[in-house]
Design a protein around this ligand. Structure first.
Ligand SMILES: C[S@@+](CC[C@H](N)C(=O)[O-])C[C@H]1O[C@@H](n2cnc3c(N)ncnc32)[C@H](O)[C@@H]1O
Length: 281
């Protein structure tokens, strides 16, 4: 992905685009890091995971593991797969918590049936629309990806794939192959009227159709507008070194607010919220 957060204008295999120079940006370019974290957060939100237990997730095109870091922060476990050795080297260097696998998603998801509680993917799946080798047939590769992903997910699980389609034909090709593989669901478009902030999230369900979540920035009522605005202007809690101050009062309050927006039951805020508990003996 380019530093602007837009789809790379690149012809050729992804493993050549995501070389050492590109991979370095995922440790040095703060805008890039911020965009990856934001999109990962939204993808995990759209997964609608259960509150009461840690989940086991797959990150397709996990790259440097920035998206995986968000999954870990939320208390879940993950495995990442990626085709680029340079990106995975960065993930190893960053000592991410997930297990990593060098593999091409177009060849399928090599895990046992029902292994995962959910799957996310950030700016990766549109690469399958390109025929980088003579033997590549994009519809076949997409179908292999989606059908094996379907098998690897537990019943009732979701896959949320953020992607940058080049045109409406690509969008149709991707969604058709996903539905053919057995998924239900559809596309959630955040901020559809903003050229800069517009984001496509393909939300796929294994099993009966669930209600498709609404895209951000799509409603005009006061409450909804405020909600979207708040999300867009989300405050990140960082110390002087730019590191996240996790478990601080502000961090806890913001997390509770986010869960309220998701319609989840959250305890009222009190003066004790975010306070460290004394250890029990
Ligand atoms: C925008 S990056 C994702 C970055 C990642 N979310 C992170 O936190 O660093 C897209 C990733 O998709 C991967 N990718 C593209 N085509 C792929 C394929 N066929 N199989 C596996 N990974 C692929 C690229 O190598 C790249 O690392």
């Amino acid at each position: 992905m380019a530093a602007s957060g837009k789809r790379p204008e690149h012809r050729g295999p992804p493993e050549l685009f995501y070389d050492e120079t590109e991979a370095r940006k995922y440790t040095h370019n703060s805008r890039m890091i911020e965009i990856q974290s934001q999109m990962s957060e939204r993808a995990v939100e759209l997964l609608g995971l259960p509150e009461d237990r840690p989940c086991f997730l797959l990150d397709v095109g996990c790259g440097s593991g920035l998206s995986g870091d968000y999954i870990s922060e939320e208390g879940h476990y993950w495995v990442g797969m990626d085709i680029s050795p340079a990106m995975l080297d960065v993930a190893i260097e960053r000592e991410v918590e997930g297990d990593l696998m060098l593999t091409d998603m177009g060849q399928g998801i090599p895990f046992r049936p029902g292994a995962f509680d959910g799957c996310i993917s950030i700016s990766a799946v549109q690469w399958l629309c390109n025929a980088d080798k003579k033997t590549h047939r994009p519809p076949k590769r997409l179908y292999r990806f989606f059908s094996t992903l379907y098998t690897a997910l537990a019943r009732g699980a979701r896959a949320v794939l953020q992607l940058y389609p080049e045109n409406s034909q690509q969008l149709e090709l991707i969604t058709t192959q996903a539905m053919k593989a057995g998924f239900t669901g559809g596309m959630v478009v955040d901020y559809p009227n903003s050229a800069k902030a517009k984001k496509f999230f393909l939300c796929l369900f294994v099993g009966p159709t669930a209600v498709l979540p609404k895209g951000l920035g799509t409603e005009c009522s006061d409450e909804e507008t405020a909600q979207a605005k708040f999300i867009r202007e989300r405050i990140r809690f960082k110390n002087a070194k730019g590191q996240s101050v996790k478990k601080s009062r502000d961090w806890v309050l913001e997390k509770k607010e986010r869960r309220r927006r998701q319609g989840k039951e959250v305890r009222a805020d009190t003066r004790y919220t975010g306070r460290k508990r004394r250890p029990h003996f």
